[in-house]
Design a protein around this ligand. Structure first.
Ligand SMILES: *Cc1c(COP(=O)(O)O)cnc(C)c1O
Length: 387
């Protein structure tokens, strides 16, 4: 079936009470008939009705839709994107293992690799994601996992998913992709051979800037270890937020269609403005990896980064002059969001670290929402006058 149908029907049909919108099972615990039934449920993977850290009826429904969208056997929802990423990684690695990852990742993931995993005796080598041979060169006899993220913040660089997964398979190494910036509507890493796909469902899947959630999509076999780790680490998605995630998923394909269209139009518009120095968007022919984007993506997502021709202060004035885009972090929801990237990281990163992270003083990151494109263009045109 098509994704438009899967988001409506992949979680089976009506709830047992025949309501079209499922009840929220606000219960931490569920009763069993007798001791044997308890023992059986407790030993089941992801039981829907036992204890909510183990599972909740709506967890399964949200997970079934997302697994269908990503084309994996199973999926598993967590309390946040970082909950999904850390649970998946801690389920696979042990002291003495080695991981190959990218120099650019979501900040939380980078911290996991640079600060946390080394404390547990895990070595990590970071490579330039645009260079497939760099992944190959970094592999060691104890390499257990290759972690990729594509497109990546802030300059929307890409990783060749098929090339990396081929390389990993030939060496018996597991692969994991953070597919948050693409969404399963625009990119399906598992189809290209990636073993585990993770998302911050806080972004496109939730879609309304109201919940934090995460998801891991993989095979039933790998899920066994992930499940054991999850019940120990405990990154649980609350029943209410699971309901909101389900509600968000129903309109995912509709929203992605509008978002892809708006962002493409806005990227082209920005590229034509005399006050703009350059625009980073995988859908633009000027993107250095546009051919790869066309090969592995079917749409290019909400996030655009661009450099103004002004300095730090002028860029700050431009962002402040915008009326429709809201000055806020995150991405993939209904509202257009904008951040002056260097200002956002000023408290966290020093100048040298910003250089490594590709953050320039005149850079703006925009997550395009579902407003009318002409209203967004008009607002930006007015704000550009301060530059
Ligand atoms: C937001 C984000 C995360 C972290 O997700 P949370 O839901 O905030 O924990 C991970 N990866 C990417 C690419 C993200 O954008």
């Amino acid at each position: 079936m098509h994704t438009d149908t899967l988001v409506i029907h992949a979680d089976g049909h009506l709830a047992e009470d025949s309501s079209l919108s499922p009840p929220i099972y606000y219960s931490a615990t569920f009763s069993a008939q007798n001791a044997e039934e308890f023992a059986e449920i407790a030993g089941t993977e992801q039981p829907a009705r036992y204890y909510t850290r183990y599972g909740n009826p709506l967890h399964k429904r949200a997970a079934e839709i997302i697994a269908a969208l990503e084309g994996t056997e199973v999926a598993f929802v967590t309390g946040s994107g970082m909950g999904a990423i850390s649970t998946a990684i801690f389920s696979l690695i042990q002291a003495g293992d080695h991981i190959v990852a990218q120099t650019q990742h979501y900040m939380g993931t980078s911290k996991l690799f640079s600060d946390m995993l080394p404390r547990f005796g895990v070595d990590v080598t970071l490579v330039d994601q645009t260079d497939t041979s760099a992944f190959e060169a970094a592999i060691q006899p104890n390499t257990k996992l290759i972690m990729v993220e594509t497109p990546v913040n802030p300059t929307l660089q890409l990783t060749d998913l098929e090339a990396v997964s081929k390389l990993a398979k030939s060496r018996n190494i597991l692969t994991m992709a953070d597919n948050t910036f693409a969404s399963p509507i625009n990119q399906r890493p598992h189809d290209l051979g990636i073993d585990m796909v993770v998302h911050s469902a806080t972004k496109y899947m939730g879609g309304h800037h109201d919940i934090t959630a995460g998801v891991i999509c993989t095979s039933s076999e790998l899920m066994k270890a992930i499940w054991e780790t999850h019940i120990t680490l405990g990154s649980v998605l609350s029943p209410m937020d699971t309901w909101l995630l389900l509600r968000g998923l129903r309109t995912l394909t509709l929203r992605m269609e509008r978002i892809n269209h708006n962002a493409m139009a806005l990227a082209e518009f920005l590229e034509q403005q005399p006050q703009i120095e350059s625009v980073y968007y995988p859908g633009l022919p000027s993107h250095p990896q546009h051919a790869l984007a066309q090969k592995q993506m079917t749409g290019y997502g909400a996030v655009i980064a661009f450099l103004t021709k002004g300095d730090y202060q002028a860029t700050e004035r431009f962002v402040a002059a915008l009326k429709l885009p809201i000055n806020a972090v995150s991405l993939g929801g209904l509202d257009t969001l904008v951040v002056h990237t260097a200002a956002m990281w000023a408290g966290t990163l020093n100048e040298a670290q910003m250089k490594v992270a590709n953050i320039q003083p005149n850079m703006v990151r925009c997550s395009v929402g579902v407003e009318h494109i002409e209203d967004l263009k008009a607002d930006i045109l007015t704000a550009l006058k301060v530059l």
